[in-house]
Design a protein around this ligand. Structure first.
Ligand code: NAX
Ligand code: ADP
Ligand code: MG
Length: 277
């Protein structure tokens, strides 16, 4: 397993081009947040916006729309349960990130199935939280697209069938091959399994053990993937910086909140920009 380190990540964050515009930096659709877990999807959407995604639209329960507009005016919203609007929006985006706070209801499972039906081969699909649990629970067949799963150990157990004690690098690699997807296995030292490569994070700390921290990472992966041409580099950079910011804040804080990580993303990205003078 290779280590993700600062000097590697620095090579991945390009300087923005003078003649670029929002369209250059990708369109992201963020799907999740039922009536009780609107906070999860607000964190995911905010992380995508603060990571620099060009345009972010959020499909969430209508109960969350006002709060989301108030917290994150940069994002557009649509009704999570309106199948037609959701189907139309999927066609317009480059990246879909689905699952934070989605819940495990029958209606939520229908949303996941709808996305699987309509996503096409060139798009990127990131599945987190409830979407991973639903894939396992409903034994859903996976769509033909660029797929990333971001499970914690409990979700990985549901998805791969490997118990927490047995989650060794070899077993995880075998499960990755079967799923034919990128696996971001979150933990105190997150592991990333690509088809031909695997990596271990070198940053992160227990001050980050706070609800919503994974929702935030999912949004960062989406935001980085929206902008960077190499999707594997985007995933590595997002995982590393999420925890690197967590470490920097934990120097002075006993706990680090997901919203604090989000606010710090733009300045830390600037520090990691290529060829910074
Ligand atoms: N503010 C919000 O609205 C929040 C919503 N959340 C959402 O809540 C939904 C359920 O997520 P959960 O992760 O709570 O629930 P899950 O039920 O999927 O996973 C929790 C279970 O996994 C086990 N587990 C084993 N190893 C673990 C590990 N390393 N980390 C965490 N759990 C481990 C736990 O013991 C527990 O039984 C997701 O959709 C998530 O996005 C959470 O992100 C918390 C914050
Ligand atoms: N002790 C720890 N050390 C380093 N990172 C941690 C620690 N605890 C949690 N994290 C990070 O916090 C995130 C937790 O993700 P997850 O369990 O999905 O959270 P949530 O679903 O509440 O948003 C992961 O990115 C994980 O790496
Ligand atoms: Mg989670």
């Amino acid at each position: 397993m290779k280590n993700i380190t600062a000097d590697i990540v620095q090579q991945f964050i390009p300087k923005r081009k003078e003649d670029s515009y929002k369209g250059t930096y990708g369109k992201v659709l963020v799907i999740g947040g039922d009536q009780n877990m609107g906070g999860a999807i607000m964190l995911t959407a905010s992380a995508a916006v603060y990571s620099g995604a060009g345009l972010v639209t959020v499909a969430t329960d209508p109960k969350n729309h006002t709060a989301l507009h108030a917290r994150l005016p940069e994002a557009m919203v649509l009704d999570l349960w309106d199948a037609k609007s959701l189907e139309e929006q999927i066609k317009k985006v480059d990246i879909v990130v689905m699952g934070p706070g989605l819940g495990l209801s029958e209606q939520a499972a229908e949303v996941v199935e709808l996305v699987f039906q309509h996503i096409h081969k060139e798009q990127q699909l990131i599945l987190d939280g409830s979407a991973i649990s639903l894939v396992a629970q409903e034994s859903l067949s996976l769509p033909e697209t660029h797929l990333t799963f971001t499970p914690h150990a409990g979700e990985w157990k549901k998805l791969s069938g490997i118990s927490k004690e047995d989650q060794t690098v070899e077993k995880n690699k075998q499960a990755q091959k079967k799923l034919d997807a990128t696996i971001v296995l979150k933990g105190s030292r997150t592991e990333i399994y690509f088809c031909n490569d695997d990596w271990k994070n070198t940053t992160g700390n227990p001050a980050m053990a706070t609800g919503g921290m994974g929702d935030t990472l999912a949004g960062m992966i989406a935001g980085f993937t929206a902008q960077l041409p190499d999707k594997e580099q985007a995933t590595l950079a997002a995982v590393y910086l999420h925890s690197y910011i967590g470490d920097a804040l934990a120097d002075q804080q006993y706990v680090v909140l997901p919203s604090q990580i989000i606010e710090a993303i733009p300045s830390f990205m600037k520090n990691f920009e290529q060829q910074r003078l």
